[in-house]
Write a protein that binds this ligand. Structure first.
Ligand code: DX5
Ligand code: ZN
Length: 220
């Protein structure tokens, strides 16, 4: 089943509670929260206090995407704040195996995120430690960028590789996903759809979530 994970990065930060409730009511499956530290990516966003506040507003799993250097240092803070899924970038850590094991040890779902230029083979030795893989389809830092076309083939290769390895690791895709390309990317292998600006900058965000779910339901 394809899941929809609205990214609140494009929501009105003064009304995050409302945005999260709207997403839940419209049928979202996860709430995607982007954490940026101004070092790993040039932008700054949210911290654990905001995740704890969002935790109080929704029963949906919170999917924390750590775009930070030294992610290991922050994992316990986001765990305490109520994150359910935690992904960190392979480019940001020298100890990917140790970090994924740490997340799982805390009882959370562990994900590795790949920048567009990072090959999928970097995950070869940690496939057994992964609950999901996050493929970035834009260079991380901002919402509202365009999907990088070569990422489609990367997602397809990753899906085929996971199948060949007889594993069940869902592929989450993040960046530039809109109503007009979501079907194509699902066909390539995306199982968790992150969408920020397509949802929260639309006049009817709930309508976009429902439309994405409907496209996902109809796409084999
Ligand atoms: C970008 C973030 C994304 C962002 C996606 O660095 O990781 O989650 O919110 O935004 P859109 O869907 O607008 O590309
Ligand atoms: Zn993200």
């Amino acid at each position: 089943m394809v899941r929809i994970a609205p990214s609140i990065l494009s929501a009105d930060f003064a009304k995050l509670g409302e945005a999260v409730k709207l997403a839940e009511k419209a049928g979202a499956d996860l709430i995607h929260v982007d954490i940026m530290d101004g070092h790993f990516v040039p932008n700054l966003t949210l911290g654990p206090q905001l995740v704890a506040a969002i935790r109080r507003e929704t029963r949906l799993p919170i999917d924390v995407h750590l775009m930070v250097e030294n992610p290991r240092a922050f994992v316990p803070l986001f765990h305490e704040a109520g994150a359910d899924w935690i992904s960190l970038h392979v480019e940001a850590t020298a100890h990917l195996h140790k970090d994924l094991t740490m997340i799982r040890g805390l009882g959370r779902k562990a994900g590795a995120a790949l920048n567009p230029a990072t090959p999928i083979d970097t995950l070869k030795e940690v496939l057994g430690e992964l609950d999901f893989i996050l493929v970035m389809s834009v260079n991380p830092g901002w919402g509202g960028q365009s999907f990088i076309p070569s990422c489609r083939e990367k997602i397809r290769k990753l899906r085929d590789w996971i199948r060949a390895e007889k594993r069940e690791i869902p592929i989450e895709v993040d960046g530039g996903i809109k109503l007009d390309n979501v079907e194509d990317i699902i066909r390539a292998g995306m199982e968790i759809v992150v969408a920020g600006s397509a949802i929260f900058e639309a006049p009817d965000p709930a309508g976009v979530i429902r439309a994405m779910k409907e496209i996902a339901r109809k796409t084999p």
